[in-house]
Structures are given as structure tokens and as C-alpha cells.
Design a protein around this ligand. Structure first.
Ligand SMILES: [Zn+2]
Ligand SMILES: [Zn+2]
Length: 264
């Protein structure tokens, strides 16, 4: 069986020192491609650096809402350069986080818009992080109709999921779907269109059951896949085929050239 972990942080201090061992364990469990997601300038640089060390690795570059204050013109210039490296597949993770509010909301909006514009210009998809701000977030996404992406670690309600899907976004589903308390998310997953779900670990965060609370790693992706296959009532083989196709469509297929993208 083959899998893609569409969202992990081998570039995070908790995994970076032993990324080769973590990658090896992931490959042993069938995870053949890993997207290493940036969350600030340094982690974006590390993500791109990792892609030069292994053919299994792809990168995204972006500044997380927690670090929105870092997103000045100089940072944007560096992100633009990094984003054009050959194995960079998306801009992210970017978005709004009104749960932890680690950055002032005005700064979060500014960084989010600037990076959505960058994605539109470069014709790259986006990896979206959002907590307690889905209504505000969906309004911003609607302003960039040419941009597609994934609502990573989706935690909104059914109606917000529907609106995201209508805007052309995928739902990123990770370890939370295995938690006992996640019945609402499981019911969203049951009814999501089969071609709009991506599997992710978000390692080192959010380890699936029975590792909840421990350090997560990409090797646990099949535990998440098993839960989704059960919810969809299909075999793991069929799920692998479907989710590989989905990852291919959003992240690994060349996108329209920038000239064809309508500017918002
Ligand atoms: Zn996130
Ligand atoms: Zn993440």
C-alpha cells in the first residue's frame, strides 16, 4: 500500500535531528511521499533543504498565523524565492488562528492576504491552518477564486466544511479523526466527496490513537487511513488508491501558468 503524508513537520526541532530515522520508519509503513510543511522562515528553509536530501520529500513554504508579525517585505521576498525551488508544492501553512491569538488579528490578516496573493501569482496551492476562525477564513478564501488548497487538520463544522468544498478546497484529515471525542468530525468525513480528502499526520503534533499525547510521526499515517477506510466502508487498498489520486491532483500536478490566473 502506498501513502502520502500531505502535512508533517520533519523540519520541527522535535523531529529534525532524526529526520532520516523518521523517514525510514514512514517508508516501512508504506508512506512513500512526505510533504514537509513550513511554518516560519527558518522552518521553510529547512523544509526546502530536506527536499534536496531525499526524493521522498516535498516542501511547502509559508508563515503561520502565530508568526504573522515576521511576515514583512523581506520575509515575503525570501518566501517567493524559496517557493520557486523545484520540489516546493504549495504555500503554507498560512491562515488565521483566533484560538491561541499569538499574533494580533490585524497582523494575521495582513500576512494571510500577502501569502494568498503570492500563491495566486505563482499558481501554487495553499495549505491552510485555521482555528476558531473558519467564518472569517472562508471570506478571505472567497476573495481568491483562482487559488485552491487544503484546510489542514479540519476542525470546523459541517456547514463550514461544505463552504470550503464549494470553494474548491480539500479537507486535510489527521489523528484527531481517531479520537473518541471526534464524532462530529467523523460524521463530516463520512459524507465528504471521496475526491476531496487528504491524509496527513501533522507530526510531531496530534498523534492518532493509541499514541495520543505522544510525539507523532509520519509512520503513524496508516492508523489514520484505517479510520477513514472504516468510515467510508472501503478497503485500505481502495482508500490508498483514492487518496493518492487526491494528493496527486492538488499537490503533484503542474498548475496553470501564472499568466492564466485571474488576479483577485
Ligand atoms: Zn496547523
Ligand atoms: Zn502543521
Amino acid at each position: 500500500m502506498r501513502w502520502t503524508d500531505t502535512h508533517c513537520h520533519l523540519n520541527h526541532p522535535d523531529l529534525y535531528a532524526e529526520w532520516q530515522a523518521a523517514l525510514f520508519r514512514a517508508q516501512q509503513s508504506g508512506v512513500r511521499r512526505l510533504v514537509v510543511v513550513g511554518y516560519d522562515l527558518g522552518s521553510s528553509q529547512r523544509a526546502v533543504h530536506l527536499t534536496e536530501a531525499s526524493d521522498a520529500l516535498y516542501a511547502t513554504v509559508g508563515i503561520h498565523p502565530h508568526d504573522a508579525a515576521q511576515c514583512d517585505n523581506n520575509a515575503l521576498r525570501q518566501l517567493r524565492e524559496l517557493a520557486q525551488r523545484p520540489r516546493v508544492v504549495a504555500i503554507g501553512e498560512i491562515g488565521l488562528d483566533f484560538y491561541r491569538d499569538l499574533s494580533p488579528r490585524a497582523a494575521q490578516y495582513e500576512a494571510f492576504h500577502a501569502q494568498m496573493r503570492l500563491a495566486a501569482e505563482l499558481a501554487l496551492p495553499v495549505v491552510i491552518h485555521c482555528r476558531d476562525a473558519y467564518d472569517e477564513l472562508l471570506q478571505v478564501l472567497a476573495e481568491y477564486p483562482a487559488v485552491r488548497g487544503v484546510l489542514h487538520c479540519f476542525s470546523g463544522d459541517a456547514e463550514q466544511a461544505q463552504r470550503g468544498l464549494e470553494l474548491g478546497y480539500y479537507l486535510g484529515i489527521g489523528g484527531v479523526v481517531t479520537f473518541k471525542s471526534a464524532e462530529a468530525l467523523r460524521s463530516i468525513v463520512r459524507s465528504v466527496p471521496r475526491n476531496r480528502l487528504l491524509l496527513e499526520t501533522d507530526a510531531p503534533y496530534l498523534a492518532p490513537h493509541p499514541y495520543r499525547g505522544k510525539r507523532n510521526e509520519p509512520a503513524y499515517l496508516p492508523l489514520i487511513a484505517q479510520q477513514v477506510a472504516t468510515l467510508w466502508d472501503i478497503s485500505l487498498d481502495a482508500l490508498s488508491e483514492q487518496t493518492e489520486r487526491n494528493a496527486e491532483a492538488l499537490l503533484f500536478t503542474p498548475h496553470e501558468t501564472p499568466e492564466k490566473i485571474a488576479r483577485p
